[in-house]
Write a protein that binds this ligand. Structure first.
Ligand code: PXP
Length: 250
């Protein structure tokens, strides 16, 4: 199978939020991404609404439905956002940790403390009760114990936080230990129903060593795709990822 590409279009909204003119249109960004061949659209409705706004969620969902592709809604464990998710009913929800002062999601969920584990357990129960058949992924660090807890929680997938890996890749720092941890975590989930996904900070170059591992079935990539689109357009950037992914079929 060819790994799936989820295109995160949050930063199209970041650009729009700089002014009050309504452009660039986030729904059209979803349209262009899906037309280019994206396998799903990912958006993060943050509590501070710094990029994606409430009205974007049904608008993007309508577009994904038109293409018959999933919407992957990222959210912190907040009851307010969960109620919005329940009203829209996306196919996938990715639970992420969220702090107001962070520039972007900075790390994986805390599943190791009793409090952290139980917060996620309750949020998963609420979402499952409100959205029939919803699939839930947990944004986590590559750590064997965290994998075991994700299995125990009945997650449909783990999305491995690749942010620190990607930053070190760009700096030219040794990345081998990250690759080892990604492989080791995969060993824990590979014979279970838990899918193995990756996301955060990835570029067309830094994704290659991950593709070479042949363990990730899905990548969610946004900031670099939107940034590079300034020079060559969404269609071209997305197609480059897709053809790279084809070279590394699982
Ligand atoms: N996956 C998750 C869980 C995220 O929080 C983000 C950032 O919103 C991404 C993937 C995409 O990261 P980036 O925009 O750095 O490619």
């Amino acid at each position: 199978m060819i790994p799936r590409l989820g295109v995160n279009i949050d930063h199209v909204a970041t650009l729009r939020q700089q002014r009050d003119e309504g452009y660039p249109n986030v729904q059209l960004a979803a349209d262009a991404s899906l037309k280019a061949g994206a396998d799903q659209i990912t958006i993060h409705l943050r509590e501070d609404r710094r990029h994606i706004q409430d009205a974007d969620v049904p608008a993007v969902f309508e577009m994904t439905q038109k293409y018959g592709k999933p919407l992957n809604l990222e959210m912190g464990s907040s009851d307010e956002i969960a109620d919005i998710a329940i009203s829209i009913k996306p196919e996938w929800i990715c639970l992420v940790p969220e702090k107001r002062e962070e520039k972007t999601t900075e790390g994986g969920l805390d599943l190791l403390s009793a409090e952290g584990y139980s917060r996620i357990e309750k949020m998963m129960a609420k979402l499952r009760a409100g959205i029939e058949g919803v699939k839930i992924s947990l944004f986590v660090e590559a750590n064997d114990e965290v994998m075991r807890r994700s299995i125990e929680l009945g997650a449909d997938a783990v999305e491995i936080h690749t942010g620190h890996y990607a930053t070190d890749f760009l700096k030219g720092v040794d990345i081998q230990h990250y690759l080892e941890s990604f492989k080791s975590s995969y060993e824990v989930v590979k014979d279970t129903p838990v899918g193995y996904h990756a996301g955060h900070g990835l570029t067309l170059e830094s994704v290659i060593p991950l593709l070479e591992l042949k363990v990730f079935k899905e990548y969610n990539i946004g900031h670099w795709i939107v940034a590079q689109s300034v020079f060559e357009g969404l269609d071209s950037v997305i197609k480059k990822f897709l053809s790279k992914f084809e070279e590394y079929s699982l």
